[in-house]
Write a protein of this length. Structure first.
Length: 468
């Protein structure tokens, strides 16, 4: 049978109290018994003269006050062990008694004129036991004198002590049980509250938190730990929900993006099947458009595969790459594509990072293309390379219409377009900046977007410098 925590605590407390009382009672009983017996032994040792006098010998006579308790027996034994004379406390002014000690078969200290050590022997009639000593007495020609004091008062005192200990122990155990139940009930009440909250959490309400949550008590520290765990679980569930939402959105956007070229390819293929081959002009148009849409679809698939591989942590090539050279090539490419624009490069010196040259060129290329596509034709573009706080920074700055705050928050999401109405032929599929974010993250860096002073957008890519 499995006991509850309350039951185990109660049994543990009561067990400790019972053990403590038992040890205390046994020790008290033993100490009192030893003390009482020692006092009787002292009377036996110091009462030799009085005992001899009571038998008519040369000791102190019975006229003086007796130190012996009621029922004390003094006997004179012959050399053969027979009782020559027996005196009880009548001699000492007390009521006579028929009880006497059961003597041992052999008396102690034979041939030695000293008393034997006190021993405990059985008694007869109304006395259950005696404490006795004996010695050969010269006053009686070497006959033995037996002095025995009854243990009845000792046994009565010990019996009363035992009854009192039992009553006290029962009372203490009962009071301890009641008090322990009250304390345990109050102490476990916070755990009961936690159980109710845990049931709500198990039902799906991850926003609930347990109480108490404080570092001052053990249960409070448990509450803190549970609340911390619940926060992580809630965050993990929220992240999973957001991840699933992004995945569904990604699949939907990818399907939408792939559907356009596939529709075009199917349409032109149908046109060829229906007889476009009879018209060289239509046939050429159909073949050219099928090829263009195939290339576009292939590029889209390659971009999606690149993002997926980077998200999976696929390793990139790692070698020293000079950001100044990459930025210079990107600036030259931009001037060639848009000769009417002012494209400036600010790169005071060489900035070397560890990375994949091809992917880093793709990063700056996508950023520059983004500026070329989404800004007016006469807008200037600035490309810069520098070092900031131990990292290499590459920036692309334009002075176009800029982005709103909510657009900046989603600008790196796959297939996201700040202007949904923009043509895919001019604006692309919305994967360029997603590739930038994925490549930079794979290099252990980060990319930030902010508003350009005076209008426009600034992209900053920070990468760890190469270790020389």
């Amino acid at each position: 049978m499995t006991l509850s925590l309350r039951g185990r605590l109660l049994i543990g407390v009561i067990s400790l109290v019972v053990i403590g009382l038992l040890i205390s009672d046994v020790a008290t009983y033993a100490l009192l018994q030893t003390s009482l017996i020692s006092r009787i032994d002292s009377q036996l040792v110091s009462g030799h003269n009085e005992a001899v006098g009571a038998l008519g010998g040369s000791g102190r006579g019975p006229a003086q006050p007796s130190q012996f308790p009621t029922g004390t027996v003094v006997e004179l034994l012959g050399l053969d062990g027979s009782v020559e004379e027996s005196k009880v406390t009548t001699t000492f002014g007390a009521t006579p008694s028929s009880a006497r000690p059961v003597l041992p078969k052999t008396l102690g200290n034979v041939g030695v004129d000293t008393a034997s050590a006190p021993i405990t022997v059985e008694g007869t009639n109304e006395v259950a036991g005696f404490r006795m000593t004996d010695w050969p007495e010269n006053s009686f020609g070497g006959q033995f004198v037996v002095l025995a004091i009854p243990l009845t008062p000792v046994q009565l005192t010990l019996s009363q002590l035992l009854q009192l200990e039992v009553l006290i122990a029962v009372g203490v155990v009962a009071a301890t049980a009641l008090l322990a139940m009250l304390i345990i009930q109050l102490g476990l009440r916070p755990l009961q509250k936690m159980g109710g909250v845990a049931a709500d959490i198990a039902a799906g309400d991850l926003s609930r938190r347990v109480e108490p949550a404080t570092s001052r008590t053990e249960i409070g520290r448990l509450g803190l730990a549970l609340n911390g765990m619940l926060s992580q679980i809630e965050s993990a569930f929220a992240e999973r929900t957001e991840s699933n939402s992004r995945l569904r959105r990604f699949i939907a956007d990818a399907s939408h993006e792939l559907r356009t070229p596939l529709t075009s390819i199917r349409g032109y293929s149908e046109m060829l099947r229906r007889g476009a081959g009879d018209s060289p002009t239509d046939a050429e148009l159909a073949r050219r458009r099928i090829e263009e849409e195939s290339v576009r679809m292939s590029t889209l698939v390659d971009d999606m595969l690149l993002i997926a591989r980077l998200d999976q942590g696929r390793p990139l090539e790692r070698k020293p790459v000079d950001l100044q050279a990459i930025a210079a090539d990107a600036a030259d490419d931009a001037r060639a594509v848009a000769p009417q624009r002012q494209v400036t490069l600010t790169a005071p010196g060489s900035v070397v990072v560890e990375g994949d040259d091809l992917r880093l060129r793709q990063v700056v290329g996508n950023l520059v293309r983004n500026a070329l596509v989404h800004t007016p034709q006469q807008t200037a573009i600035e490309i810069g390379v520098s070092t900031v706080n131990g990292t290499g920074r590459m920036s692309v700055i334009d002075h176009g219409p800029g982005l709103q705050a909510k657009e900046m928050e989603r600008i790196f999401e796959p297939f996201y377009r700040a202007d949904p109405s923009r043509s895919r032929d001019s604006g692309g599929a919305g994967l360029g900046l997603s590739i930038v974010s994925a490549v930079v993250s794979a290099h252990g860096g980060k990319v930030n977007v902010k508003e350009t002073s005076g209008g426009g957008v600034t992209f900053e890519v920070d990468l760890p410098l190469a270790v020389h």
